[in-house]
Design a protein. Structure first.
Length: 106
């Protein structure tokens, strides 16, 4: 596998883009590059991910963890805690989209 993680952010114009997903994607991409991680973590734009009720959404693979990221601070947490640190950020996860994740309540 070339990349350790892929971050897919929905930029569909009917919902997620209206909720700021383009900015989230751009910020994720720029920070990953700034941190020198662009060969390990790939930030991708995605079409509709069928999670419009939770817009804007980003899903991280290979884990399949779904997030609702609405600010640079939240994006930084996902980058540092999950993508680099290996620990999903439960407070930003969309519970309904992560049915198999064992939430700790932290």
């Amino acid at each position: 596998m070339r990349y350790k993680h892929h971050a897919f952010t929905c930029v569909n114009s009917s919902n997620c883009a209206q909720q700021g997903s383009e900015k989230v994607h751009s910020y994720l991409k720029s920070q990953i590059k700034k941190l020198g991680m662009k060969h390990e973590i790939r930030a991708n734009k995605s079409g509709c991910l069928d999670a419009c009720d939770h817009a804007p959404v980003t899903v991280i693979y290979p884990e399949g963890i779904w997030y609702r990221i609405t600010s640079e601070d939240e994006a930084d947490r996902v980058i540092h805690e999950h993508l680099i640190g290996g620990k999903p950020v439960e407070s930003l996860m969309v519970r309904e989209l992560n049915p198999n994740y064992a939430f700790t309540g932290n």
